[in-house]
Design a protein around this ligand. Structure first.
Ligand code: ATP
Length: 353
């Protein structure tokens, strides 16, 4: 399996270095023969190539089997004409990575303030309220007068149906329960179509129970009793916000794994951003990126019927759970280790497994 590795901005280089160590340990332990191809994107690429991402990089990623994308300073990238392209958007759109799978679970050894839970947010990734990806060219946020802005939200039946299918397929491997999160009381046509598409696809999965919750109420419900949920399917921006909440409820934003998957490509990417406030201090939690790398291996294994990759993904999950239970983790999740030291502890566990 060839994986292109892009460390990214802020805490990206620190957390990606540790993630690469874990991937190499998994490769050795499970005989994966991983080929990691290191390249650059984000600020580093802007300096060297005049753009945060280049068409050559995209071609390289398309020829590989997977991509690991570090967190990017997306807020800094404002003008595409000056090469300031949001790499996350660029790959999601160019590779048609329609499903963003974001698990959130509690771990033994950490205080679970809201009780134990284990859920997955399945977020549509290619349209919705995202000005940088829902029109063919230009942006969909318009300055009408200096004081008036109009932002467009695009919802298509095709994208609703394919994200629904991803959610129901995932639900079949879990507790067979899908919750549709929407705002159909206000966005009656767009979210009405989203609910309708989810229910239609749901009929193909008669064993899966379906309910739906309005997004604002969901914020209260998920904080009150996250264990009521298993697979949550929602549109792009609601999923972005909800999955940060569920990751933080599980203990830290630094725990949120994230896989962006399409029919041909997949990209592992931490759920959090570049966290410039803690960059370069060896305190960032690398778990989010490591879990995302594990999800990428699992995706590749499922797709190609390669059990060693599925086993490696499960071993990475177990390693993280065991390390947290033993307190071998960073401060944000109750440990006392730095980023590098936590990584060394994970590698040692994986080697011993
Ligand atoms: P960006 O502009 O790239 O989105 P941000 O700082 O605005 O960056 P996040 O990176 O998501 O947004 O960070 C939100 C908060 O969570 C910050 O206070 C940050 O320090 C903390 N945080 C994010 N990721 C981690 C991590 N891996 N480990 C520890 N804390 C984290």
């Amino acid at each position: 399996m060839k994986i292109v590795v892009l460390p990214g901005d802020g805490i990206g280089p620190e957390t990606m270095a540790v993630t690469v160590d874990v991937l190499q340990a998994a490769s050795h332990r499970f005989g994966l023969n991983l080929d990691l191809d290191h390249d650059i994107a984000g600020h580093e690429s802007l300096k060297r190539h005049g753009a945060t991402v280049t068409p050559e990089l995209l071609a390289k990623v398309k020829a590989a089997d997977g991509l690991m994308l570090g967190p990017m300073a997306t807020y800094d990238f404002k003008d595409e004409a000056r090469g300031e392209i949001n790499p996350s958007k660029y790959f999601r759109k160019s590779l048609d990575l329609h499903a963003n799978i974001r698990p959130a679970r509690t771990y033994p050894g950490m205080t679970a303030r809201l009780g134990e839970f284990d859920l997955v947010v399945v977020r549509e990734n290619t349209e919705g309220f995202y000005a940088d990806r829902n029109v063919e060219s230009g942006g969909s946020e318009m300055l009408i007068t200096p004081d008036v802005v109009v932002s467009l939200r695009r919802i298509t039946r095709q994208c609703c149906e394919r994200i629904a299918r991803s959610a129901f397929e995932l639900a079949m491997t879990r507790k067979k329960h899908v919750t549709i999160v929407h705002k159909a009381n206000v966005l009656k046509i767009g979210d009405g179509m989203f609910i309708d598409a989810c229910q239609r696809i749901g009929r193909e999965f008669p064993d899966v129970a379906i309910d739906d919750v309005i997004v604002d109420a969901m914020m209260a419900h998920v904080v009150r009793a996250p264990q009521k949920y298993d697979v949550i399917v929602t549109t792009n921006m609601f999923g972005d916000i909800l999955s940060d909440l569920t990751a933080e409820l599980s203990g830290s934003l630094g725990l949120g794994g994230s896989l962006n998957a399409g029919s041909d490509y997949a990209m592992g990417q931490a759920a959090h951003g570049s966290a410039p406030d803690i960059a370069g201090q060896n305190i960032a939690n690398p778990i989010s990126l490591i879990l995302s790398a594990g999800m990428l291996l699992g995706w590749y294994g499922q797709r190609n019927g390669k059990q060693a990759f599925i086993d490696a993904a499960a071993a990475i999950d177990r390693t993280i759970a065991d390390a947290i239970a033993a307190g071998e983790c960073t401060r944000d999740v109750g440990g006392s280790l730095g980023t590098r030291e936590a990584g060394a502890a994970f590698v040692a566990r994986l080697q011993a497994a």
